[in-house]
Design a protein around this ligand. Structure first.
Ligand SMILES: [Zn+2]
Length: 301
């Protein structure tokens, strides 16, 4: 058994934004991981799985999704300080651009003081479920319409919190030898909404672009959104045919000897900022609670 941790957003020391892990939180997690676990590159877990070698239960691989600059700014300096390897899954059309990843437009809208009612925090999962099933054009029009109804115009450039890394920053991270750069497709579509021809393009063009820019092979993939139903069996096969060695999902779980290297489960770690929370997540308690249906905290009688 091994673990793959999933991260998204990071923020400066002292920040209390609930969607990101601040510098103190990263430090606490890294100290915990160094003390009780053995951080390894994701590809090491994939290789051991493929060769049938037993997985050391202390092995843990760190992954960060999307390609936002806050990974370079706040996570990467601590990766170097603690000498912990990680994989950064980037959306290739987003890197080096001024634009947004579409999911961030929704989160940005939800954070505005005059945010539309349909984007209240408890309604976000429902909206995302709906948007995830749409084709890109309809989805973008739908997001623009929500903004227009609330009288908000979405700026063409992503706000700093949601901005992308530059290719130079990505190159610097790759050159450190600690950050593997993987693909998170070209435009972050939900693959199951695409034809096989379109998904092949997403999987191969992103890989080629990153390889050409960084002059390094791209071996791992992260499915956008990555839950059951977000990709089809034919697309899992495409990932393999496109030359990737492994792929990760967002479905919660551990990696075991019987795991499919092209559907590796992860443990979401973003906001775990106390030792107890980190421990519960890594022990799999949170995972099993969810599996058993205990989605909410039980109240005292
Ligand atoms: Zn993503």
């Amino acid at each position: 058994m091994a673990r793959i941790l999933m991260y998204h957003d990071f923020s400066a020391s002292g920040t209390t934004d609930f969607r990101s892990l601040n510098v103190e939180g990263i430090r606490l997690q890294f100290e915990f991981l160094r003390r009780y676990f053995h951080p390894v590159p994701l590809l090491q877990i994939a290789e051991q799985l493929a060769s049938g070698c037993p997985l050391d239960p202390k092995m843990v691989a760190l992954t960060v999704d999307d390609g936002r600059r806050n990974c370079y700014e706040f996570f990467f300096p601590l990766i170097k300080e603690y000498n912990i390897p990680a994989t950064f899954f980037v959306v290739s059309s987003f890197v080096g651009s001024q634009g947004w990843i579409w999911t961030d437009k929704v989160l940005w809208l939800a954070d505005q003081p005059e945010a539309p009612k349909e984007l209240l925090h408890n309604k976000l999962p429902e909206i995302f479920r709906k948007l995830n099933r749409m084709r890109a054009k309809d989805r973008d029009a739908y997001i623009e319409a929500i903004a227009a109804r609330a009288g908000i115009s979405i700026p063409p450039s992503a706000s700093p919190k949601y901005g992308a890394c530059s290719w130079d920053e990505l190159g610097e991270m790759a050159d450190s030898g600690l950050m593997e750069i993987g693909s998170h497709t070209a435009t972050h579509p939900i693959l199951s909404t695409l034809t096989d021809e379109e998904s092949w393009h997403e999987l191969t063009s992103s890989r080629t672009q990153i390889e050409q820019r960084l002059k390094r092979p791209v071996k791992s993939l992260c499915y956008p959104n990555g839950m059951i139903g977000d990709f089809r069996a034919t697309q899992i096969k495409q990932v393999q045919e496109a030359g990737y060695s492994c792929a990760v999902v967002a479905q919660s779980g551990m990696v075991t000897a019987s795991s499919d290297p092209y559907q590796l489960a992860r443990l979401g770690m973003t906001r775990k900022t106390s030792t107890l929370e980190i421990q519960k997540q890594l022990d799999g308690l949170v995972y099993y609670r969810r599996k058993l249906g205990f989605t909410k905290q039980l109240k005292r009688a």
